[in-house]
Design a protein around this ligand. Structure first.
Ligand code: G6P
Length: 610
């Protein structure tokens, strides 16, 4: 939520900040703003709406300066308008900052500051930070001390970038609970919420940890704890390419990411399958291997799409490893005091590795003694760093707010974990080899599933104006139904529900009439006959059925409105293929309805607030 960029160097900061913001726009797009230091002044420009609106506002105005900060916002405190847009400043415009996170004690701090004579222009929690620093400037001997003293008063989360007339040659940054990366270039430095805003300029980065600050000047940078202890931070190298965060000729990031799936599924498995032995290897788990394979119980905790991947993980780990598994929304898990002991394994699944609820859930599990592992996409993210061990899904940057390739890679990673654990239990080498072979064929099968695109476009055209959809699946395809419904909701704003097909008769069946499209995942597996009966129940009530079926299965042709044939595989791997037509369906319907596919309203890619 919210994207931050800062620049200090010899070049013009403005274009660097704007391009950086555009890379971070997935983190929020309610308003945007920029502040540049020039000749002793700090110029601030901000605008409601997207970064393009900010650019329009600025037009031909001169935006000079080689030190600046910028922000794209996902509103938490205060409605998304121009006044509430960041950057925010203190009473005299001496301290100007951008913030990602939530200050939980802002109300009491605000009251305290009002009593001291401060007045506020905005409804944001961020503005109080600038005023608090201003207040400490009156008592502390230098600006840095005032900055740190103010940070010590803040409860909640922040990623901050700040410029000030008190120290006009410096860029300040601080982190607690919201990600912040520093790019170290040739005589220039950047600060950003993630490395995608930095890599056009340098691949050398430093990840700030919670409770750390950075003071950056032309001569270099200094990292410290908020308590003033100097710390040496290692410079890490970011390896992903720029073209992986650009659209590469596709109309939208989401479509590009859907089409990337044959490669991303392969990337997730690369070097991790040992065909001859029928086993998988996950190097990131080496240190905790014993605890992983011997866990008496597994919790999977996640949010949104990652939660749906977790549900598939539950089914496979129980079936093959015979370990009891519970999947829980991270937001529930963290507050309900689950029974966790030190022989439990908690798996946090997260694309961004920054989701606040998932992070809090894993910290809670750690506190209670569980072994905690991550299944994460964003390399170097907080969840990746705070877990005892884990596995990266290697899907590359996912920019479209609706998650697609991360989902298939998460299921792939869970499948690798499944085989790894199952082979230490009862799974035979022969079975392991058969699974590995199936897994190796997955990229090709996903590629084949993408061939349904034209048919799906035709179907989308027919149903695009409906206001409700029902998605049904059984077994491993039930979470696929949930995920298909979520995709449609997220980007086309059509109400959609996913249900286990058999549950339909306990409620949703009442909704079915000739206006209700019902998407059924009816690939050939052990529940096939049952799902055919469920389809009959829908047809008997005149529902319109779109069935995702196994290639070569003509049984439903003529019986339902549309069949979408896709390749099949082992049941537990099937979701990686079954989800493809549903992703495309939501994409095309959203495009046809004129929706902003990559940046749907009210959503953000990385939800770093509770
Ligand atoms: C947000 C995104 C979803 C994502 C969820 C969990 O709601 O819009 O696409 O599934 O967060 O995010 P994570 O990064 O933890 O997977």
């Amino acid at each position: 939520m919210c994207g931050i960029v800062g620049y200090l160097g010899r070049r013009d900061a403005f274009p660097i900040l704007i391009t950086g913001l555009k890379r971070l726009e997935y983190r929020g797009y309610d308003s945007a703003g920029v502040a540049l230091r020039n000749n002793g002044h700090i110029n601030i420009e901000k605008q409601v709406g997207k970064i393009a609106a900010l650019e329009q506002l600025i037009g031909d105005k001169e935006m000079n300066g080689n030190l600046g900060i910028a922000h794209t916002r996902w509103a938490t405190h205060g409605e998304p308008n121009q006044v509430n847009a960041h950057p925010h400043s203190d009473s005299n415009g001496d301290v100007v900052l951008v913030h990602n996170g939530i200050i939980e004690n802002y109300d009491s701090l605000r009251q305290m500051l009002i009593e001291k004579g401060h007045s506020f222009e905005t409804e944001t929690d961020t503005e109080i930070i600038a005023h608090l620093i201003e207040e400490f400037c009156k008592t502390e001997s230098n600006f840095e001390d005032a900055f740190r003293a103010a940070l010590l008063e803040l409860e909640g989360t922040y990623g901050l970038a700040l410029i000030t007339r008190h120290e006009p040659e410096k860029l300040f940054a601080a982190r607690k609970g919201s990600p912040l990366v520093i790019g170290v270039g040739e005589k220039e430095f950047l600060v950003a919420s993630d490395a995608s805003a930095i890599i056009a300029h340098t691949r050398d980065v430093i990840y700030l940890e919670d409770g750390e600050i950075a003071i950056i000047s032309q001569d270099g940078y200094l990292t410290k704890t908020i308590e003033n202890e100097v710390i040496e931070k290692a410079i890490e190298r970011v390896t992903f390419d720029l073209d992986r965060i650009e659209k590469a000729g596709y109309e939208h990031f989401m479509l590009k990411e859907i089409y990337e799936q044959p490669r991303t599924v392969a990337d997730c498995m690369r070097g991790r399958l040992i065909a001859e032995e029928g086993v998988s290897r996950l190097g990131g788990l080496n240190n905790i291997l014993h605890n992983v394979v011997r866990a008496r119980k597994i919790f999977i905790t996640a949010c949104g799409t990652s939660y749906h991947a977790g549900l598939i993980g539950e089914y496979m780990l129980e079936e093959y490893c015979r370990i009891p598994v519970e999947v829980e929304y991270a937001s529930e898990f963290r507050y309900r005091d689950p029974i966790i002991t030190d022989d439990h394994l908690v798996v946090a699944v997260s694309q961004s590795g920054e989701t606040a609820d998932t992070l809090a859930a894993l910290r809670e599990a750690k506190r209670k003694g569980a072994t905690v592992m991550g299944i994460v996409n964003q390399v170097g993210s907080t969840i990746a760093r705070e877990t005892h061990g884990g596995t990266y899904i290697h899907a590359g940057p996912e920019i479209g707010v609706a998650s697609t390739k991360a989902f298939t890679s998460q299921v792939t990673a869970l499948s690798l974990l499944n085989v790894m654990i199952a082979r230490t239990k009862t799974m035979s080498a022969e079975m392991g080899r058969r699974i590995i072979q199936e897994m190796q064929e997955l990229p090709e099968k996903v590629e084949k599933a993408l061939k349904c695109d034209e048919l799906v476009q035709e179907i989308s055209h027919v149903f695009k104006d409906r206001s409700n959809f029902l998605y049904l699946g059984r077994g491993y395809n039930f979470p696929v139904a949930l995920e298909g419904a979520l995709k449609l909701k997220e980007i086309s704003y059509i109400h959609a529900e996913g249900y286990p097909a058999a549950e339909m008769k306990h409620g949703p069946i009442a909704l079915i009439d000739e206006d209700m499209p019902v998407v059924v995942i009816a690939t050939k597996d052990s529940t096939y006959d049952k799902i055919i009966s469920n389809i009959q129940e829908v047809k008997a009530r005149k529902g319109r059925v779109i069935a995702v079926v196994s290639e070569g299965d003509d049984k439903l042709k003529g019986e339902v409105d549309y069949t979408i044939p896709i390749p099949t595989t082992f049941n537990f791997l099937q979701p990686i293929i079954s989800i493809v037509p549903l992703q495309l369906l939501s994409y095309h319907i959203a495009v046809m309805r004129g929706c902003n596919v990559d940046q749907p309203r009210n959503l953000a890619k990385s939800v770093t607030v509770e």
